[in-house]
Design a protein around this ligand. Structure first.
Ligand code: ARG
Length: 469
């Protein structure tokens, strides 16, 4: 059944060529106000700029321009309070225009001259995306900063470095923390680049063919803070690449967060007890009184599902769309909003958790097995001239022998290893079994010695975006 277009149709902007109203179930599908209301500030900003462009083009006079801009200010005041009670408008653009009509009268009908919702929504969303990218960059910077601080705080702790989740070689806890920080620093770069891609102005593209009035797009660009003008109106109304890039950056951030989360879940387990997450970031069990669960990490890990889902969603949505604007794009923004919202929720919590993190040096020391230094032993033999392949074989034999005897590598009797002692011109084999010596030996750039980690900390800090003033 079709409703009367005028009332229930939410004051559609395109009623002229229709004889009857939209079916109510179609109206429900058609309406995007709940999702796109958050673009109201951008819509008002873009509209204000467009009124200026129409003035410059001679479409409206100074008085009309003033009426429109003053009206838009009053609309903005009203929208501060949220979606107006009982609004049935199709989307935020329709809502703003309806309120403007209430505030400014019939002159409101001139604002849409030469503009289409196609270039309007593309502009609004890009304005939103530029700010969202900047906000995300800031959240990421706070998080990376917390990881760098952690690295500095826990630089003395020596951890087993894991490969395949098997103890590999000793590393400084700070080195581990920085391994996560570097990934986030790369994310900051990706988010910044996506924000830059967003800053291309589509306004002036109209529905598809461009604007027939002599609007000054360059002045619009300047006023709205874009870096460049879109070069092709067909492309401009349908291009959401920048949004897909931001969603991709969000998915990869999620993957990085989930990897840290997994480390934290493992390291905070009873079996490891390497770290303690601050109480404020953990929860108990309603049944088991002893439990303290690393929920912050698990909930962060869980978010990756939707972050990656949004990426799959946006790529699938964009695939196969004919050139120009297609209504599918209305739903695209929901994916972008969801990615930004998920990260805005997770990043502050994870930042707090990292700030609260303490390494338990005592427990970690108990877990360091001397096999972690097998490579150091092989390297010692290399220093006395044994080819590495051979030294690898020899030390492998010692490990096997130690396993057979049920002792650790360090406790293997000198009778076994002694025959090689003479071949070692560097530190005596016993001296090899020293965690500090092992990590300090790795003093290359990017290594795990104190000096290397301290210089990483300096470099990482210098890569953090400056705090906004
Ligand atoms: N709400 C729409 C969107 O988000 C606005 C554009 C509608 N354009 C159109 N030709 N129906 O994409």
């Amino acid at each position: 059944m079709r409703s009367e277009r005028s009332a229930e149709g939410g004051g559609a902007l395109w009623g002229g060529r229709f004889a009857s109203g939209m079916a109510p179930e179609m109206e429900a599908l058609n309406r995007s106000l709940d999702a796109d209301f958050r673009l109201w500030r951008e819509d008002v900003r873009g509209s204000r700029a467009w009124a200026g462009a129409l003035l410059g083009a001679g479409v409206i006079d100074g008085q009309e321009h003033r009426a429109l801009t003053e009206g838009l200010s009053r609309v903005a005041e009203r929208l501060q309070a949220g979606i107006p009670e009982g609004a049935t408008d199709e989307d935020v653009h329709t809502l703003v225009e309806r309120l403007l009509t209430e505030e400014a009268g019939t002159v409101a009908g001139k604002l849409h001259t030469g503009r289409s919702r196609n270039d309007q929504v593309a502009t609004d969303l890009r304005l939103w995306g530029m700010d969202a990218a900047a906000a995300l960059e800031e959240q990421l910077a706070g998080f990376a900063g917390a990881l760098i601080d952690l690295a500095e705080r826990e630089i003395d702790v020596i951890l087993p470095g894991y490969t395949h989740l098997q103890q590999g070689q000793p590393i400084r806890a700070g080195h581990w923390a920085l391994s996560h920080a570097w990934a986030i620093l790369r994310d900051i770069g990706r988010v910044r680049r996506a924000g830059r891609q967003a800053a291309v102005l589509p306004l002036g593209s109209g529905a598809i063919a461009g604007c027939p009035f002599p609007v000054d797009r360059e002045a619009l660009r300047e006023e709205l803070g874009f870096h460049a003008l879109s070069e092709n109106s067909v492309d401009a109304v349908g291009d959401r690449d920048w949004s897909a890039e931001l969603i991709f950056a969000g998915a990869l951030i999620g993957i990085h967060l989930s990897r840290l989360a997994e480390d934290l879940v493992i390291f905070s387990s009873h079996e490891f007890s390497f770290v303690e997450i601050g109480e404020g970031y953990t929860t108990g069990s309603s049944l088991m009184p002893q439990k303290r669960n690393p929920d912050v990490a698990e909930l962060a890990r869980a978010k990756v599902g939707r972050l990656v889902g949004n990426l799959t969603g946006v790529l699938t949505l964009l695939k196969g769309l004919p050139a120009g604007y297609n209504r599918d794009l209305q739903d695209e923004k929901i994916l972008l909003f969801d990615t930004a919202d998920a990260l805005a929720l997770v990043l502050p919590a994870l930042t707090g958790a990292v700030q609260s993190l303490r390494f338990r040096g005592d427990r970690i020391a108990e877990r360091l097995s001397s096999e972690l230094l097998a490579t150091d032993l092989a390297d010692a033999l290399v220093r006395s001239g044994v080819p590495f392949r051979e030294s690898h074989e020899i030390v492998g034999g010692w490990v096997r022998e130690a396993e057979k005897r049920g002792v650790s590598l360090a406790d293997l009797p000198a009778g076994i290893t002694g025959r090689w002692g003479g071949a070692v011109s560097g530190p005596a084999l016993e001296e090899i079994f020293d965690w500090e010596r092992s990590v300090e030996a790795r003093s290359v750039d990017g290594g795990t010695s104190r000096g290397s980690v301290l210089s990483q900390i300096r470099h990482a800090r210098s890569r953090l975006p400056a705090a906004p003033t």
